[in-house]
Design a protein around this ligand. Structure first.
Ligand code: ZN
Length: 535
């Protein structure tokens, strides 16, 4: 009681909205969760996910307004700046460029002197996320199996091969994918299987270019969209200015790969069967093969990506040196072909949840033992750039980061052909993604959900055909062994269409999800032990 009186007194001395308590009592935390109000959630969604924000496309004025709005909310809550140079913003360069059609995109090969020029769009495609600069490379090819080094499963495609100055040819996904008893965690695809991480590993091992065998070039639509959908942003193309994926990466068909592998009298199918059957890598040089790749861009422009980051310091003298990152991306698609992609569910919802979670702590004077970082990522739609940049240039030490709680699309009711479910069945459902690695976080979320009563769905921990595990910003935390979780209400017909608007959100459910996120964050930040990452 005394603490409360003191808090009220201090409140007038400092920021008017902020209670300067340091409560970690469970009654206070429960009351703070209940104080998260539907009307407030909806009001923030109206602004951030509304028409005036014009879809928050990176490089547009509205995108800057969105960043300023988030920053202003963090300021009013008295969060500490968590960006560059004591500001709330962490900037990074994004390059815009247009493909140079006159010079084109080239893939050619010579196998034992026999030359072949491959056809763009038919035999190969550039990977959708890579540096948007003109690059050409010609060199020998090395087959590197799945391109995976996973000591935790006793598997290493990189052993015994030298990738320096060579083009790495790799299979998609991971050994024994879709096998019930796969040594790589059954039918679930681990982070090793995803191109983002695989390419990074190949680059670090010295490869000069990458060819990934991909049976299906195009993203397979597993739903019937309510209006023309957009998955790739309008041109110009945008890439990170430095570092990541800064070399040519092409996806090739199995037929294209088989032409290259014919030099060793092998095929994709045989190699895959051999590796999956024996669980032994089979990597080898293809000395009689030379491949040339080329991509061309023109008219480069530099734009600024901006992560918005605020920090609430913990109350325990020791544990406050550890951090829980609560996050969601704020960028979206802008206008494409005259249609406005407002991105209310994707992902104004996750940003509003981030702000509301911070607000619930601050207004009730709850100060958990660990510090909490509130981060709104930029350029997620371009290819998870903002969160990638953060994990390479963290503003608090990654080694002291104990968890990432990420939200991407938490406002709708899943209606998915993949899962054969209907919106009606999912009015109270939220997917909890990625807890196979993070059983402690799963336990906490299940426990904290008891008073809230949402239907928690862990289906993507068994099988993840829509690849939610790799489709948002928590992914980078997983690749660094940091416990993470994604809250997500799934795919539905309005996803990435002009119908993803603020008035179509299921607000009673979204409010409950935010309450659960707040309670789970408080618990992760307060528990004596930090959550484990279980490979
Ligand atoms: Zn999103």
């Amino acid at each position: 009681m005394k603490r409360r009186v003191l808090s009220t007194f201090l409140m007038f001395l400092t920021a008017p909205m902020v209670v300067q308590g340091a409560s970690t009592s469970s009654e206070d935390i429960a009351a703070a969760a209940k104080a998260i109000q539907l009307e407030d959630v909806r009001a923030k969604m109206f602004f951030l996910g509304g028409e005036e924000m014009a879809g928050r496309l990176i490089g547009t004025p509205e995108h800057r307004v969105a960043a300023a709005y988030i920053q202003s909310e963090f300021m009013s809550l008295g969060l500490k700046p968590g960006g560059d140079d004591n500001t709330y913003l962490q900037g990074f360069d994004v390059v815009s460029a247009w493909p140079d059609e006159s010079k084109g995109t080239v893939l050619e090969a010579a196998v034992n002197g026999q030359r072949r020029a491959f056809q763009l769009g038919h035999d190969f495609n550039p990977w959708w996320v890579q540096a948007v600069k003109s690059e050409a490379f010609e060199g020998p090819v090395v087959f590197v199996g799945y391109g995976i080094k996973a000591p935790e499963y006793g598997y290493d495609d990189f052993a015994g091969v030298n990738l320096h100055g060579k083009i790495a040819l790799v299979l998609p996904r991971e050994p024994q994918a879709d096998h019930e008893n796969s040594k790589f965690r059954g039918r679930w695809d681990t982070y090793h299987s995803y191109d983002w991480f695989k390419i990074q590993q190949l680059q670090e091992a010295g490869a000069s270019a990458v060819l990934i065998v991909n049976p299906a070039f195009q993203f397979k639509e597993a739903r019937i969209p309510s209006a023309p959908p957009n998955y790739t942003l309008p041109e110009p193309k945008r890439g990170m200015a430095a570092g990541l994926w800064d070399f040519p990466i092409f996806m090739i068909t199995p037929d294209t790969a088989n032409f290259l592998l014919s030099a060793a009298q092998k095929t994709v199918q045989d190699l895959q069967a051999q590796i999956d059957g024996s669980f032994k890598p089979s990597s080898f040089d293809l000395p009689s093969v030379t491949v040339r790749l080329e991509k061309n861009f023109k008219a480069h422009e530099l734009i600024r990506g901006l992560n918005v980051i605020g920090i609430m310091e913990g109350s325990d003298p020791e544990l406050k040196k550890q951090y829980v990152v609560v996050s969601g991306h704020y960028d979206h698609m802008g206008r494409v072909s005259g249609r406005l992609y407002a991105g209310a569910d994707d992902n104004a919802s996750g940003v509003v949840a981030t702000i509301e979670t911070a607000q619930a702590f601050v207004r009730a004077g709850i100060k958990p033992k660990r510090s909490v970082v509130f981060a709104c990522w930029d350029a997620e739609e371009e290819g998870l750039y903002g969160s990638y940049y953060y994990t390479v240039h963290p503003t608090v030490p990654l080694a002291d980061t104990v968890a990432n709680i990420n939200m991407d699309m938490i406002g709708r009711d899943e209606e998915s052909l993949t899962w054969e479910n209907t919106a009606e069945q999912n009015r109270n459902m939220v997917n909890i993604v990625g807890t196979l690695y993070n059983p402690d976080i799963r336990r906490i979320i299940e426990q904290e959900n008891k008073p809230i009563g949402l239907k928690l769905d862990f289906k993507t921990d068994t099988r993840d055909p829509e690849q939610w595990f790799a489709r948002s910003d928590h992914f980078w935390f997983a690749t660094r062994g940091i416990p993470q979780v994604l809250f997500n209400t799934g795919s539905q017909p309005d996803y990435h269409t002009e119908n993803d608007t603020w008035n179509r959100i299921n607000y009673p459910k979204m409010t409950k999800i935010i309450q659960l996120i707040f309670l789970s964050t408080a618990q992760v930040a307060n528990e004596a032990k930090q959550p484990k990452f279980t490979r």
